[in-house]
Design a protein around this ligand. Structure first.
Ligand code: SAM
Length: 308
């Protein structure tokens, strides 16, 4: 049982926040995705967060949800990968709402209490997975690889790993350790997707209101990466960064203008995707990975001023 006062308990509280944002987006006529269970999953905690969250909070979650939906389905279609592991899955319902091909295996890992509550609500709603779904209660701060093997993952086959809405809550050391474990557990041909902030995000006046709101809510942002591409490259992965709000991925939701990505002092929130090649040198050209906006996608800066 997760205690609410523990850091894991406080983090468990963040899962309904994301569900509440997905519920709000799902209620729009021009929705970017439809999560019919999000409102029930969000519950009172999610509604309370929505009431005090800035609109960017909802926009960020809506945009990143659609981005990772598109990314997962494109790789599955284009590259035939049939295993997805959603780490810190929280109240994610991709195993129910995406149209997966036959034989698709989706593994969800999170704290037991979060997964149990989710299961109860989904069962009450009569939700049925559109894939073979495996639910694994695990502490991501500890060794979790064996429980994934027990649940049936084929470690000899490529896997798509998704770490959404999680890394910025970790210490930089825990963040690096978790990414290291994921990379070690990945066979060649695997993919990895996550969202990340740089260290300037924690100090920039542009992002202070948000950073302070997170801290007040008991889930401070602490995990930063200033150069995710180089870090992944050192481990043999080829990464692409899509700044939140990039043309073609913001769907008119992200309210800030773009700016060149040439200032390390500027705050950045990236949607990162990476692939472990089958052999050294493979994919070294400027070819976009599946799910990428492409090499021409212009990087963006986080908040400067709102679009009129
Ligand atoms: N990825 C989901 C999404 O985007 O909706 C959930 C994100 S939520 C902000 C963070 C999740 O991390 C929570 O569901 C929480 O329970 C989970 N979490 C926090 N610490 C964890 C740990 N040590 N082991 C497993 N899960 C953890």
């Amino acid at each position: 049982m997760v205690e609410n006062g523990s850091s894991q308990g406080l983090l468990a509280l963040t899962a309904p926040w994301a569900a509440a944002a997905r519920a709000l987006e799902s209620a729009r006529e021009d929705r970017l995705f439809d999560d019919p269970w999000a409102s029930a999953l969000a519950g009172a905690d999610g509604a309370a967060w929505l009431a005090q969250s800035p609109p960017e909070g909802v926009a960020l979650i809506a945009v990143r949800t659609r981005f990772f939906d598109d990314y997962l389905l494109r790789i599955v279609q284009e590259d035939g990968v049939r295993q997805v592991v959603i780490l810190a899955a929280g109240l994610d319902t991709r195993a129910f709402r995406l149209e997966w091909p036959a034989s698709m295996q989706v593994f969800e890992m999170d704290q037991g209490a979060v997964l149990e509550r989710k299961q109860t609500i989904l069962d009450q709603a009569g939700a049925k997975p559109t894939c073979e779904r495996h639910v694994i209660a695990a502490d991501l701060a500890d060794g979790w690889e064996a429980s994934l093997t027990t649940a049936g993952i084929d470690s000899a086959q490529p896997t798509i790993w998704l770490l959404e809405g999680f890394l910025f809550y970790l210490s930089p050391e825990d963040l690096a350790a978790l990414l290291g474990r994921v990379m070690k557990a990945s066979s060649p041909g695997s993919y990895l997707a996550f969202d990340a902030i740089n260290s300037a995000t924690l100090t920039s006046p542009f992002t202070q209101p948000w950073v302070e709101m997170q801290a007040r809510a008991g889930a401070p942002w602490t995990g930063t990466m200033d150069d995710p591409k180089s870090l992944l490259k050192r481990h043999g992965w080829k990464a692409e960064l899509t700044p939140i709000g990039s043309p073609g991925t913001d769907h008119g939701r992200w309210p800030y203008p773009s700016a060149p990505d040439d200032d390390p002092e500027a705050p950045h929130l990236w949607l990162a995707t990476a692939r472990r090649p089958y052999r050294i040198g493979e994919g070294d050209s400027d070819q976009a990975q599946p799910g990428q906006a492409g090499p021409g996608a212009s990087p963006l800066l986080l908040p400067l001023r709102k679009r009129p």
